[in-house]
Write a protein that binds this ligand. Structure first.
Ligand code: 6PG
Length: 475
């Protein structure tokens, strides 16, 4: 029998995805640029090998798949994808589908999709989240492409995806780059979640003198409550781990310089491009960039010293509750911002992104999976037209409840000289967003003064310039 699907690229993610596909009962043809890797993969696949068709040439690979052929490409994002597509295309026939499962920039995905229009071939941009474990046992899958091409792969994809309440965490989200866009925003939110957790860790470590193990216990505890999520869970786990070399807590011997591969930055660029404020995500990306300036930070500390004022609140159950709720409030802010970016992109690119479905397929499998996403699913299902998550009845109530904690924690951190950029940015967003009369009236007056840019009046009277007098721009 021919393979149901093909997969190119047997790196860890590709290999795990192929094993997952085989395990769910589908025959899968596999190909890797270096045939050795293909052979090794096949030989180590155990029982699953009976459903794996190892191919050493692209011709054999294509011939092994049942038409119309879906081919998953799981290789390094960027140029390698274009090269792989170019090598594959001459062997494909009308109806075949190339599926890019990497962390592609959705603009590249759109371009690839459009390039194939009219060629008979189609393209799917597929966001896959969940890291190596997810790929092997159930990722969250975000699909962009034509509904027809999705129909050809739906059975395989939904069978390999993670499940929540027995529903697969896989969905078709819209045309061309929709899937990769949603994956990008997933990663932006992932950055914010991680940064905000790290800031709370910083308060506990530097403001309250807690050890890694003590902080780990706190996260383990929080994971039993409303913060329950994969990222909180692994935070508890990594804080408990000891370095085999020194016996010290592992996190204490890890250099404080964070890497980033681009998806966080892309979400901020796209948010800015469309004029959507995504302050918590922006702060998280900037914090990683700042973390990379290790040598400069060392020089600055030598110059300024560490100005530590005692943390204004004593450690105890009350402060712990405040920290937990502050993190929860800030998390709401980050998700509200991420969903707002997707809502705007949906309008901009004509995707009709289904917000409740996105929240649904993020409930399991992906890195940001959590109980919280089930609450978002419910809130968006009840109020699908809400302009922002925090305007839904469920989330406005949660904001009312938790915002005071965020205020207290951010001000306490500021008073003791501790950096909490993402928490503070989320707070600033809340405060500005829920204020009907802001301060941009002054910005408008200034713009009109120096550039005669004009303004709108609150009373609607049509007199769009000020009486600025000497030095002001000519109207
Ligand atoms: C996932 C992850 C995964 C990876 C990102 C971010 O959803 O499985 O998001 O795709 O973590 O590429 O990586 P960086 O932190 O290196 O930018």
């Amino acid at each position: 029998a021919q393979a149901e699907i093909g997969l190119i690229g047997l790196g860890v993610m590709g290999a795990n995805l192929a094993l997952n596909i085989a395990e769910k009962g589908h025959r899968v043809a596999v190909f890797n640029r270096t045939p050795d890797k293909t052979r090794h993969f096949f030989e180590t696949a155990g029982d699953l090998a009976e459903r794996i068709v190892p191919c050493e040439t692209i011709e054999a690979f294509v011939a092994a798949i049942r038409p119309p052929r879906p081919v998953i490409i799981m290789i390094k994002a960027g140029d390698p994808v274009d090269q792989q597509m170019a090598a594959l295309m001459p062997h494909l026939s009308a109806g075949d589908i190339m599926i890019d499962a990497g962390n592609a920039n959705f603009r590249d995905t759109r371009a690839r999709f459009q390039r194939l229009e009219g060629s008979g071939l189609t393209f799917i941009g597929m966001g896959v989240s969940g890291g190596e474990e997810g790929a092997r046992h159930g990722p969250s899958i975000m699909v962009g492409g034509t509904p027809e091409s999705y129909a050809r792969v739906e059975k395989v994809l939904t069978s390999i995806a993670a499940r929540f309440d027995d529903e697969p965490c896989c969905a078709w989200l819209g045309s061309d780059g929709a899937g990769h866009f949603v994956k990008t925003i997933h990663n932006g939110i992932e950055y914010a979640d991680m940064q905000m957790i790290a800031e709370i860790y910083g308060i506990l470590r530097d403001g309250l003198g807690k050890s890694a193990t003590e902080i780990g216990d706190i996260f383990v505890d929080w994971n039993k409550g409303r913060l329950n999520s994969y990222l909180i869970e692994i935070t508890g786990t990594v804080l408990a781990a000891a370095d085999p070399l020194t016996g010290k807590p592992m996190v204490d011997v890890i250099l404080d310089k964070a890497g980033q591969k681009g998806t966080g930055k892309w979400s901020v660029i796209e948010a800015q491009e469309m004029g959507v404020p995504a302050t918590a995500i922006e702060a998280a990306v900037a914090a990683r960039s700042l973390s990379a300036l290790k040598a400069e930070r060392e020089r600055a500390e030598a110059l300024f010293g560490v100005e530590t004022a005692a943390f204004p609140t004593a450690f105890g159950p009350e402060l712990l509750k405040d920290l937990e709720l502050a993190l929860f409030a800030a998390k709401i802010g980050a998700y509200a911002q991420g969903f707002a970016v997707m809502a705007e992109a949906s309008r901009e690119y004509g995707w009709s992104l289904p917000m409740p479905v996105i929240a649904k397929i993020w409930r399991a499998g992906c890195i940001i999976r959590s109980q919280f996403l089930d609450e978002i699913t419910t809130a968006f299902t009840a109020a699908p037209d809400s302009a922002n998550l925090i305007l839904t009845p469920a989330f406005s109530a949660m904001v009312r409840e938790t915002l005071p904690s965020l205020r207290r924690i951010v001000s306490a951190a500021a008073a003791s000289g501790l950096p909490v950029p993402a928490l503070a940015s989320a707070l600033a967003w809340f405060e500005a967003y829920k204020r009907a009369r802001g301060t941009a009236n002054l910005i408008q007056a200034q713009r009109d003064f120096f550039g005669a840019h004009g303004f709108e009046r609150v009373d609607g009277i049509d007199r769009p310039h000020g009486p600025w007098g000497s030095g002001a721009a000519q109207q």
